[in-house]
Write a protein that binds this ligand. Structure first.
Ligand SMILES: [Zn+2]
Length: 255
């Protein structure tokens, strides 16, 4: 607590017109030059680099394009779930090895950096349903604290159609221990999104998908309490808040 107060005083003393603040999971447009190294948008002849604000950097600053961006502390609330099958919570050696190998496969895929196409940043909802868990919630499984939930859960009946929210290419798919039937889409320039717990996958690996095209169906494969889509969005390997992308005109409003 003392540390937090102290930090806030420091921040208050240093605030100037150049200081930029944002919430964890946000994407901030920062004036820059055009580049193939990062995702940018153009407005009124200016380029803006899209910068993801990491959840685990709350209270810290990052420096991008000589600008200091401070990531606010934010309380996203908590979510408590019960997993009855204890073997899905306390893993056997074999399952731990499987989970490790799968995490490496996902990490490797996230390094993919396609510049063949560029996302429009006008995402559509991947599934019709009810939001059941938002980004950033502290997570407790069977009362034990776990990693925060840095994804969006949308509950829908088993078999509900899941569509690609933006153009892209399927770069990883398969059956994973925690994620069940899983898909990863590369949207280009470091923006990727994943879809977990599907009952079926309707696209092949390396398939190019168009916005609105069916990619699978909602299910309850992997570690779940009921049928839902667990949707994760990455920018530069940082998990960002998927809900942000669904807000109309969010980038223009941030400029
Ligand atoms: Zn989830």
């Amino acid at each position: 607590m003392f540390r937090l107060v102290f930090l806030n005083i420091l921040l208050a003393l240093n605030v100037s017109a150049e200081d930029i603040f944002g919430n964890p999971g946000d994407i901030l447009p920062i004036k820059s030059h055009s580049s193939n190294e990062f995702l940018s948008i153009k407005k009124n002849d200016n380029f803006y680099r899209l910068v993801p604000l990491p959840f685990d950097k709350q209270g810290n600053s990052i420096i991008i394009e000589n600008k200091t961006i401070t990531i606010n502390y934010k309380d996203f609330g908590e979510s408590r779930i019960t997993i009855v099958d204890e073997s899905m919570v306390t893993l056997s050696k074999q399952d731990s090895e499987r989970v490790y190998a799968e995490s490496i496969a996902i990490k490797d895929a996230l390094r993919t950096f396609t510049t063949e196409f560029k996302p429009s940043m006008e995402f559509i909802n991947p599934v019709e349903g009810v939001i059941s868990s938002r980004y950033g919630k502290k997570r407790f499984i069977n009362n034990k604290p776990r990693s925060p939930h840095l994804s969006l859960d949308i509950a829908a009946p088993e078999g509900t159609e899941v569509v690609a929210p933006e153009n892209g290419k399927i770069i990883l798919s398969g059956n994973f221990f925690y994620s069940g039937n899983y898909l990863l889409i590369d949207h280009g320039f470091g923006l990727l999104s994943s879809y977990s717990h599907l009952s079926s996958i309707n696209v092949e690996n390396n398939a190019v998908v168009k916005k609105g095209e069916k990619i699978g169906e909602v299910g309850s494969t992997g570690r779940v309490t009921g049928p839902h889509l667990h949707w994760t969005v990455y920018l530069d390997k940082v998990k960002i808040n998927p809900e942000l992308l669904l807000k109309e005109d969010f980038l223009n409003r941030a400029l």
